[in-house]
Write a protein that binds this ligand. Structure first.
Ligand SMILES: [Zn+2]
Length: 120
């Protein structure tokens, strides 16, 4: 997922003390991970399959919202998101992405500390 690494050239210029302070700031910004939800939202329109239905002529039903989740966990694929939960799931997916970004930044700080033998 996390294909691109942020080139944190800025970190190299910071003291170990400043790096630890930055790490504490990042940590404080982490959202409550109890709401963590991996995956990304996609919309799809569907054919119901009933003969004579408008969708048979190309006027599809939807769009419906799905959560696209990676394989691996055994529950890969698309998970239907009921309309009543779409706002909540959208919020949780965005929150989860920001959590991953923050963890990536914390990791970058720790890697810098490691490279300096300052990781504690
Ligand atoms: Zn139909």
């Amino acid at each position: 997922m996390d294909g691109h690494k942020k080139s944190d050239g800025s970190l190299a210029g910071l003291s170990a003390r400043a790096l630890r302070a930055r790490r504490a700031q990042l940590l404080a910004r982490l959202p409550n991970l109890g709401g963590y939800l991996g995956g990304s939202l996609v919309e799809q329109s569907r054919r119901c399959g009933k003969p004579g239905c408008r969708c048979a002529g190309g006027d599809l039903h939807g769009p419906y919202v799905y959560l696209s989740v990676g394989k691996g966990g055994g529950r890969g694929g698309l998970v239907y998101v009921p309309a009543a939960l779409a706002d909540l799931v959208t919020e949780r997916v965005a929150l989860s992405q920001s959590a991953r970004d923050l963890l990536g930044e914390i990791s970058a700080v720790n890697l810098e500390l490691l490279a300096r033998r300052e990781l504690e």
